[in-house]
Design a binder for this molecule. Structure first.
Ligand SMILES: Cc1ncc(COP(=O)(O)O)c(C=O)c1O
Length: 359
């Protein structure tokens, strides 16, 4: 009998990868996952729970996902044939990569950016080319000509705006320029767009290679639901539908997401709070002599070189505050990322930080 180990059957491109997964260590103050500071209103949860209870759980949700996709397309003024929904935007990102990438294809990403982009592309055997966001002044910005130059022989350029973990944003003009200059697919992950009022959907009409990813996990305060949306050319979405799993979105998620988009006031209130707290946190961090990077998202990247970032991260954790240590990423040796939480959590983070770094 063969002694071959089961894991040896896994793709050679997957074996060397490290699993993605931020730790969910128990911490009194968790500011490491860029989640919404507040849950959805209890009254709304109760109303939706009653509707979920009244529905028939024994049947497949045959039309639910398509209906939600159509509602989202209407909301974003896009062709319903060009909208797909999935279990979080990450699933749709994986779908696009799975459907489009062949081993040896090139994918261009910004560096630093969300680790999942290169992880998933590498798993499919793609070559990942990174374009640095760091300028000579130490600040982060998108160098569109460089991105476009690298994209000439690529199949896909994949960028987050606002970018995780830097918070850097692209302008509408920059995206249009990129779409014109790059001959490949241009994927923009707009997970954090509500925190800076960004909306690239109007570009979809004139730029058929543009693909947008949106999520209910951030400003919509529904990370537990796992719901995301892809907007792109109807002809591209028709191909993606061929390999999307049937009934991928649960009836529960479809129902709740469909109700959430009818209540834009919930988002407006939350994003206002985040923007206010982001300003306050940035000012407090500057006062503590950190370099604070401009952010259009619900998190802030900050740097210092007085203490190793990993040490400061561990010290904060001992004080019950968990933020994200991003210092093992290229060009982020001194950086940490903190999510903007509820005011009292932000205060707890600042108090713990002051206790660690104030003279
Ligand atoms: C850049 C980026 N995209 C997307 C997501 C959210 O993905 P999902 O919609 O699967 O929850 C995150 C969450 O942290 C993120 O940082």
């Amino acid at each position: 009998m063969s002694q071959r180990a089961p894991e040896s059957f896994v793709r050679a491109t997957v074996r060397p990868l490290a699993a993605y997964g931020p730790p969910r260590d128990p911490a009194a103050v968790g500011l490491h996952l860029n989640e919404s500071p507040h849950d959805l209103p209890d009254e709304l949860k109760r109303e939706l729970s009653a509707r979920i209870r009244a529905s028939d759980w024994s049947k497949y949700p045959i039309t639910d996902g398509a209906r939600l996709a159509a509602d989202l397309a209407q909301l974003y003024r896009h062709d319903p044939a060009g909208a797909l929904v999935g279990n979080g935007s990450n699933e749709l990102l994986q779908l696009l990569l799975f459907a489009c990438l062949e081993p040896g294809d090139t994918v261009v990403v910004a560096s630093p950016s969300f680790a999942l982009y290169s992880l998933q592309a590498s798993a499919l055997g793609a070559r990942v080319v990174e374009v640095s966001l760091r300028g000579e002044d130490g600040r982060f910005r998108f160098f569109v000509p460089e991105l476009a130059a690298q994209a000439q022989k690529a199949k896909l350029i994949l960028i987050g705006s606002p970018n995780n973990p830097t918070g850097t944003t692209l302008s509408l003009d920059q995206v249009a320029l990129l779409c014109e200059a790059a001959p490949c697919l241009v994927g923009i992950d707009e997970a954090y767009r509500d925190f800076c009022g960004q909306d690239f959907a109007p570009l979809l009409r004139d730029h058929p290679r543009l693909v947008l990813f949106r999520t209910f996990s951030k400003a919509m305060a529904a990370a537990a639901l796992r719901c995301g949306c892809l907007l792109g050319a109807p002809s591209l979405c028709a191909e993606l539908r061929k390999v999307q799993l049937p009934y991928n979105l649960s009836a529960v998620t479809s129902l709740v997401a469909g109700e959430l988009i009818k209540r834009p006031e919930l988002i407006a209130e939350r994003t206002r709070l985040v923007a206010r707290e982001r300003e306050r946190m940035a000012a407090a961090l500057r006062e503590l002599h950190f370099t604070v990077h401009e952010s259009g998202a619900n998190f802030i990247l900050f740097e210092q070189s007085r203490k190793p970032a990993a040490e400061l991260h561990a010290a904060l954790f001992r004080r019950g505050v968990l933020i994200r240590n991003v210092s093992n990423a290229k060009s982020l040796e001194h950086a940490l990322r903190v999510s903007i939480g509820a005011p009292e959590k932000n205060d707890a983070f600042l108090a713990a930080l002051r206790a660690e770094v104030a003279p």
